[in-house]
Write a protein that binds this ligand. Sequence first.
Ligand SMILES: [Zn+2]
Ligand SMILES: [Zn+2]
Length: 213
Amino acid sequence: MACTLSRAQIDRTIAFHGHWCPGLATGVRVAEWVLTHLGRAADEEIVAVVETDMCAVDAVQYLCGCTCGKGNLVHLDYGKNAFSFYRRCDGRAARLVSRPDLFPDIRGALGELNRKRQEEGLTGEEQQRFRDLRAELTERIMAAGFEELFAIGQPSLPMPATARILDSRICDACGEAVMETRTRQKQGKTFCIPCFEKLFSSTKTAKETKQNG
Ligand SMILES: [Zn+2]
Ligand SMILES: [Zn+2]
């Protein structure tokens, strides 16, 4: 079944993201499923775990109310079009994964043009064809049914813990405050991650070089 969100909802999502594209359309459909089956996170009631940082995530943030700043959007850098959602009140959860074999004709043609675009560039005509194909793919994503677009199952990971406000410590090197759980301890001192890496990764390299020599 085609997307049931209102034109206004879709337009506001496009304004939030900056452009209309197949990735955002995928995110709109993911968000639509969540709004229909789990509801919207006015605050932190719904937690999203996304396995990509591409366009689709912006639709999840805007439409579902799962945002990085509230701590109810967790990004795993797996490079997969996979989106898990958990409802805190009753533990209801689902994971939606884009089907890899979706619209093979149009995606095959787009893949070929994309390869040519990167290797040797496209002619004016091919550029137009590329834009038309992307627009067609976007439309087809919006017109398809959930089951056609996604494999829908249960997440393999348990529900993430509630976001906590933690104490800060002061980094002994730069003097900036840093969240307690992100500090590194060494030689009885406390460091932030960038200072720790700057100070001790070079020491380690020097030691390794010495041992090797
Ligand atoms: Zn986009
Ligand atoms: Zn520091």
